[in-house]
Design a protein around this ligand. Structure first.
Ligand code: ATP
Length: 375
């Protein structure tokens, strides 16, 4: 029997609760489709940081790299100020494993109310392909009064960047800057992912989100390289360029009118949250941080400290993230069975608390796992 080693990082707040249920559902799928899952647990998150003063020991990265994929709950705790966990854990993993694609599907689910009406007969089935390592999220910037001088250092799978940026104001005023940067190979590889996904979905268009009119250096380059990559390698796919502001206007007016949406890092973050809301909320929004090495799958929601321990968390976003992970490791039938079980559960009479029902976190997990087994 094939054995799949999966890294598990349950994290903080409702993270362990929702990941526990996602594992339960994956185990049911593994049993049904004849493979074995072995989980390698990592204790990192706020509690570990507060106890040990350390976010992510270097040795853990080697242990993680032996795994086929990672399933992550949520990281964050009101006792830890924003910064060290996001930078030292989530972004560190993303950059270390060069997870250059953030994949965020937005789907309609039965009985899940949505804030914008869908045109008759249409369902929301969009997916954001977000570049995950460049743009304004390089983590490079600084501030100063009169003079801003910053040493620049960034390591990516594709390149190492180093240098120094010096700016001076006359007269001396206080200012701050963030460096947005993109490279030809960085844009080309994410464009390929979007093209392959559109082909796999049987689509011949990709919406490319941009803002080249206002930020021509960065997004003009983005437009040029994406256009070139589609025309050289995906002549069957037409890129349709939409400015990010226009996209935020068009999406709520016609949520069912979109398929693959290729976005630079910053706009992908914004557009995918808008899409999650249009699809019915955080409780069902799944995501994957995908690269050529270890890929990491996680619900979009955070650690929700306000409901942690109450049993009221909805684990379906974690379950849908686990389905993405199963698909990524090649267990496509198991992934499809998990997705179908989530649909069937929601189409039935029961609902999680988050959606106005009475099912607690464990009840949802058990019911979905049972549906996977009986399918
Ligand atoms: P973070 O900064 O880590 O994203 P946050 O508190 O800003 O944390 P979330 O943790 O995503 O954001 O929570 C936002 C709101 O949505 C909270 O009221 C939370 O209780 C609710 N929420 C988030 N995820 C779930 C879930 N899986 N089930 C039920 N409610 C949830």
């Amino acid at each position: 029997m094939t054995k799949r080693l999966i890294a598990l990082l349950p994290g903080d707040g409702i993270g362990p609760e929702v990941i526990g249920e996602a594992c339960k559902v994956c185990e049911a799928a593994a049993e049904k489709f004849g493979f074995e899952l072995e989980w390698r647990r990592f204790p990192f998150g706020a509690a570990y940081y507060l106890e040990h003063g350390l976010v992510l020991p270097a040795a853990a990265l080697d242990e993680m790299s032996e795994c086929r994929a990672m399933l992550l709950g949520a990281v964050g705790d009101p006792r830890v100020k924003p910064g060290p966990l996001e930078q030292g854990l989530l972004l560190a993993l993303r950059f270390h494993f060069d997870q250059y694609m953030n994949l965020r599907p937005a789907l309609s689910f039965p009985n899940v109310p949505t804030p914008a009406a869908l045109a008759s007969g249409r369902r929301l089935d969009a997916v954001v392909v977000r570049e995950n390592t460049e743009d304004l999220y390089m983590g490079i910037g600084g501030r100063g009064c009169g003079v801003m001088a910053e040493k620049i250092e960034a390591g990516r799978g594709l390149y190492d960047l180093s240098g120094r940026l010096e700016l001076s104001f006359a007269p001396a005023v206080e200012g701050a800057f963030s460096l947005g940067l993109m490279t030809r190979p960085g844009i080309a590889r994410i464009t390929r992912k979007a093209g392959e996904l559109a082909r796999a979905r049987g689509e011949n268009k990709v919406a490319v989100v941009s803002k080249a009119n206002a930020v021509p250096h960065l997004y003009g380059f983005w437009d040029e390289v994406t256009r070139q990559t589609f025309s050289d390698e995906f002549p069957d796919i037409e890129p349709v360029y939409v400015n990010v502001d226009a996209m935020c206007y068009l999406l709520p007016r016609n949520p069912g009118g979109w398929g693959v949406m290729l976005c630079p890092n910053l706009f992908g973050d914004i557009v995918s949250d808008l899409l999650s809301a249009l699809a019915g909320g955080l409780g069902l929004a799944a995501s994957g941080n995908i690269g050529d090495g270890l890929s990491m799958f996680e619900p979009v929601h955070g650690s929700a400290p306000d409901i942690a321990g109450s049993g009221r968390a909805n684990p379906l976003a974690a379950v849908m993230s686990a389905a993405m992970m199963l698909k990524h490791i090649g267990e496509t039938e198991a992934a499809a069975a998990v997705e179908k079980a989530v649909y069937d559960y929601l189409a039935g009479p029961d609902k999680p608390f988050e959606l106005g029902g009475r099912d607690g976190v464990a009840a949802v997990g058990e019911k979905v796992a049972a549906l996977v087994k009986t399918r």
